[in-house]
Design a protein around this ligand. Structure first.
Ligand code: MEV
Length: 320
């Protein structure tokens, strides 16, 4: 039997970094989809063929079960299989193939692949896992590799749509939003989330009083943004995006390249703009009305960015 599951990437809208420290965030799933195909094989080896990472890898089930090493290019796939095999006592060989869009722009390929493999394994071995069981397994796998992570990207990949999320999945609330007037700009640089989460953590350890206050303001913005999304109040959300950007700047995760795109978008008439995710590179987004949208896009390009054209509010993980 062959099973294929796809899962979407994500765009963080509000609350990054604070969400690692028990605060909420808002995230939307994006229509860049990542695919995992599984096939049961004779014998007890797991083979991974990743066209995403241009990598082929093989390990026996017993070795994987006892391993604590997760080679870079297949780390999320191995951690996900390991967690699920350990929990359900599975010892069968499988062939795993992963694929995705040519470019992922730092928009959540690892979490999408992790979720897709957990759902595909649930189907292949008829485990009938609930969405929350799949969230827990996928989140554990991500934590195994990244050590510190909120799990918001796992929730976006699994549930899809636009969600209000609290650290570790304590709350996962789908938000009924309409068309999101959001433009995504890619800075040209892909970065490691782990390094930026660690940098913010060391600042947090040194100046807890200050960073706690910043996180608390981010919390307030996200809470209010949730209501504004339901009202499609883009004007206020633009102002909130600018405020959130100022707070991210104070955490030291903004870069000159991101700032150029953000200022260019605002100057071209965007209602607001901020970086999205860990910072250091990857993407920013701008909120723009239909009459300024073309100009905002062009200004992001002129400032050295690239427009990422993809659907927002995309479907969550699904069997293909
Ligand atoms: C990274 O895209 C978002 C962070 O908040 C990390 C996380 O939530 O796991 C920085």
């Amino acid at each position: 039997m062959t099973i294929t599951v796809s899962a979407p990437g994500k765009l963080m809208l509000f609350g990054e970094h604070a969400v690692v420290y028990n605060r909420p965030c808002i995230v939307t799933a994006v229509g860049l989809r990542f695919y995992v195909t599984l096939e049961e094989t004779n014998g007890n080896s797991i083979t991974i063929d990743s066209s995403l990472e241009n990598e082929q890898y093989k390990i026996s089930v017993p070795d994987l079960i006892s391993s604590s090493i997760y080679p870079d290019k297949v780390s999320f796939v191995l951690a996900a299989i390991q967690h699920l095999y350990r929990k359900y006592g599975i010892d069968k060989g499988i062939a795993v193939t992963t694929r995705g869009p040519d470019r992922s722009f730092g928009l959540g390929s690892s979490s999408a692949i992790t979720v897709a493999i957990v759902k595909a394994l649930s189907e292949l071995f008829s485990l009938n896992l609930s969405t929350s069981e799949m969230f827990d397994l996928s989140y554990q796998a991500v934590l195994t590799v990244q050590k510190k992570a909120s799990g918001f990207d796992v929730a976006a990949a699994l549930y899809g749509g636009t969600i209000y999320f609290l650290t570790g999945g304590k709350t996962i609330l789908p938000l009924e939003v309409g068309q999101l007037p959001i433009i995504i700009g890619y800075s040209g640089k892909k970065v490691s989330t782990v390094n930026y989460v660690a940098a913010v953590n060391s600042l947090y350890e040194k100046h807890t009083w200050a960073i706690e206050s910043i996180f608390e303001l981010m919390n307030q913005l996200t809470e209010r943004a949730k209501d504004k999304f339901l009202l499609s109040d883009w004007l206020t959300l633009g102002e909130f995006a600018n405020l959130n950007q100022g707070l991210l700047e104070s955490l030291g995760v903004n870069t000159f390249d991101l700032a150029k795109l953000i200022f260019a978008a605002r100057k071209a008439g965007a209602l607001g703009a901020k970086l999205s995710g860990a910072g250091g590179g990857d993407c920013m987004y701008a909120i723009a009305t239909p009459d300024t949208s073309a100009l905002v896009k062009q200004s992001i390009i002129d400032a050295g960015g690239e427009i990422v054209n993809c659907d927002l509010n995309a479907d969550g993980a699904r069997l293909e």
